[in-house]
Design a protein. Structure first.
Length: 455
């Protein structure tokens, strides 16, 4: 069989492993890579120059796709779906044989015990906590999807009675024809607009696919205070169950409560930030459909400290605490991160311009609890101009004429110089990292490395 792989990412690499080297492969990529496989059965096609910074899928020359329509099976990395639609919009024969790895997983999984989690932010934290809660309840659990382990890599290990927890991104859910048995839809705000989705409705509607193909036997868990989560849940024919509101898990008099039973005091939870109470309640609501062991649930929530680059304390030095929230890549997540601390803050803000509205975030930066702002990346001019329009003192801001010319050592040094004992230095940039760093992980890792070198 001739298999075409569109893009060379985590998911298409998993497809290459899953189907094995007994097939012939045409691997097409918008840029050269140093990790392409080699062999007589492998043909590579790619554009020679490196693409510009940003999401994959922004190469103007799509000639590298030529011949993919002749393959017997085509598998694409999620962001490549719209690229294929540009070149082959009406090629019915192509789309009949084209799938994502997540589609293949849903078709071939030996278990229907699948929990899917989507939303703009909180997906990784909520998915991971659900998996921990199920494991603590003696279930066999497999965690993967957008969180970093491709679903196809899980397949060989899964048994019929096992549970699978998948973090599902908007890219994976775009035109996705399946829905999980338990679907969890967190808050939604605009993200990747103009870069990938041309409009917000396209983004929101992609998220709706987590519910749209459920049956009456399935469960739709949603956030009633978010109108987009709520409206998407209305597409599900399954049982609708809110969280942060009865009958789902919610906060009541300082306790997380489910079915009228106190689970854990909010002062005892391991995760930092009021926004994480939403993630915890979503996870408890999902887990409650499988087991209701309160002692196990409470201890797991108390012990769970979250994931890397999500409000993660890196170090305290000379009375200054340094927090890595590099995963926060929208203005809303930066504002949520700021709300997590009462102390004065030195903020590290900016990066790649995703065309998100920064007006509310910049207004927030003018508040008295923000001691100083280190502005980085291609958004520097936009942020500085917004600040001036809101009459925020220029002395609050430190920036360079070319925002992409900062090194992390310079960024941390500037933040440290601005901070005083008792302050928080918070890397919560409010946007993507492209331009200075490879991705949010690289940004967070460099931040942690430099902070840990301070004396």
């Amino acid at each position: 069989m001739n298999i075409g792989l569109v893009g060379w990412g985590i998911e298409t690499r998993s497809a290459f492993r899953y189907f094995g080297d007994q097939h012939n492969y045409l691997i097409v990529s918008e840029e050269p890579r140093d990790d392409f496989p080699t062999g007589k059965n492998i043909t590579l096609q790619n554009n020679k120059p490196k693409r510009k910074p940003g999401l994959t899928g922004n190469a103007p020359d799509l000639s590298y796709l030529k011949g993919i329509e002749n393959c017997d099976k085509v598998i694409y990395t999620p962001v490549a779906r719209k690229i294929l639609e540009k070149v082959y919009p009406d090629n019915h024969a192509l789309w009949q044989k084209t799938k994502s790895t997540t589609e293949i997983f849903f078709e071939e999984s030996p278990t229907n015990n699948i929990i899917g989690v989507t939303g703009t932010k909180g997906k990784g934290t909520t998915s991971s906590l659900i998996a921990k809660l199920l494991e603590a309840g003696d279930e066999t659990v497999h965690l993967g999807g957008n969180i970093g382990i491709a679903a196809l890599d899980l397949l060989p290990k899964i048994k019929e009675s096992d549970w699978v927890v998948l973090e599902m991104s908007n890219f994976q859910l775009y035109k996705f024809p399946y829905s999980p048995h338990i679907a969890v839809h967190l808050m939604v705000v605009p993200e990747h607009i103009a870069e990938w989705h041309l409009e917000f409705d396209d983004y929101k509607n992609a998220k709706a696919n987590i519910f749209a193909h459920q049956t009456a036997d399935d469960v739709a868990i949603y956030l009633p205070t978010n109108k987009f989560s709520t409206s998407n849940a209305e597409t599900s024919p399954g049982r609708h169950l809110p969280y942060m509101k009865p009958p789902g898990a919610h906060v009541e008099n300082g306790w997380i409560v489910m079915d009228g039973r106190k689970i854990i005091s909010t002062s005892d939870v391991g995760l930092l930030g009021a926004h994480n109470l939403e993630n915890i309640c979503a996870a408890v609501t999902a887990t409650w459909q499988i087991h209701q062991n309160i002692d196990v649930i409470a201890k797991t929530i108390q012990d769970f400290k979250g994931l890397e680059h999500r409000l993660q304390l890196v170090r305290e030095l000379h009375g200054i605490k340094y927090y890595d929230d590099s995963f926060g890549t929208t203005p809303d997540t930066a504002m949520v991160a700021m709300k997590s601390f009462a102390q004065p803050k030195v903020m590290i803000i900016g990066g790649h311009d995703k065309n998100n509205d920064f007006s509310e975030l910049v207004k927030r930066l003018g508040d008295d609890d923000i001691r100083s702002i280190i502005v980085i990346g291609s958004m520097t001019d936009k942020i500085i101009k917004l600040a001036k329009s809101y009459d925020i003192p220029a002395a609050k801001f430190q920036s360079k004429e070319d925002g992409n010319s900062w090194t992390m050592k310079e960024i941390v040094s500037a933040a440290t110089d601005a901070a005083k004992p008792g302050d928080i230095v918070l890397l919560s940039a409010g946007t993507s990292s492209f331009g200075i760093f490879k991705d949010y992980k690289d940004r967070g890792n460099q931040f942690a490395k430099i902070v840990n070198q301070l004396v």
